[in-house]
Design a protein. Structure first.
Length: 204
């Protein structure tokens, strides 16, 4: 079988209960992912890593509130509470996640002007993170995506993976979703399916 990599997306305190951008049940993925990592020859993780005042923060746009949608440099941007500010405790990867099998941690969202949901490139689809090159050099043809959040960073990573020539799956039980705005999760999953992303409802 072709070589598979596990991509562990944004399992960070700010996406866990009590975090700044808490995703319901976010911390529940930790033990599920720990059980998966030994089964993959390559495991990489991503870390949302924003400078203070990042353009995705509602606080950077006076008069707006989190979860409002604006147009930012010509693309749709959901505004978020301040989260995953580089170097803060909320930006740390959950201490329960076993990082020993993780070969590389890719940080993203570091450009103050543009958001970066995907593990592969920013939301303008202009600046790659380098992950595609790393995976290709390691002869990975197929990626399995788990982590947070299903409907934003996991989804964007799967979409880009397919577009960049990888086969992609999301293993849904090891993800949790933001679930906003209404209907976004369902639309996103339908779109991913139509692009050929395999959405698994169980964990093997
Ligand atoms: C994420 C919103 C903002 C995610 C990151 O990891 O899904 N969502 N930044
Ligand atoms: Zn973010």
């Amino acid at each position: 079988m072709e070589k598979r990599a596990l991509i562990v997306v944004d399992v960070q305190y700010d996406f866990c209960p009590a975090g700044a951008l808490a995703v319901r049940g976010g911390d529940e993925v930790v033990s599920l992912i720990n059980a998966l990592t030994p089964r993959f020859p390559i495991v990489v993780a991503t870390q949302d890593w924003h400078p203070p005042g990042h353009a995705s923060f509602a606080s950077s746009h006076p008069g707006t509130k989190p979860l409002e949608v604006i147009e930012l440099d010509g693309i749709r941007q959901v505004l978020w509470p301040d989260h995953c500010v580089a170097g803060t405790p909320g930006a740390e990867i959950h201490a329960g996640l076993d990082l020993r099998p993780v070969r590389a941690i890719v940080r993203k969202g570091t450009d103050p002007r543009v958001d970066s949901y995907s593990a592969f490139r920013d939301n303008h689809r202009e600046h790659p993170t380098g992950l595609a090159g790393l995976l290709r050099e390691l002869a990975v043809a197929h990626v399995v995506i788990v982590g947070l959040a299903t409907d934003y960073c996991a989804a964007a990573s799967a979409r880009d993976a397919v577009e960049m020539g990888f086969a992609a799956e999301i293993w849904l039980p090891a993800t949790r979703a933001v679930g906003a705005p209404p209907g976004h999760l369902e639309r996103t999953l339908a779109e991913l399916r139509s692009l050929g992303v395999v959405l698994r409802d169980d964990l093997p």
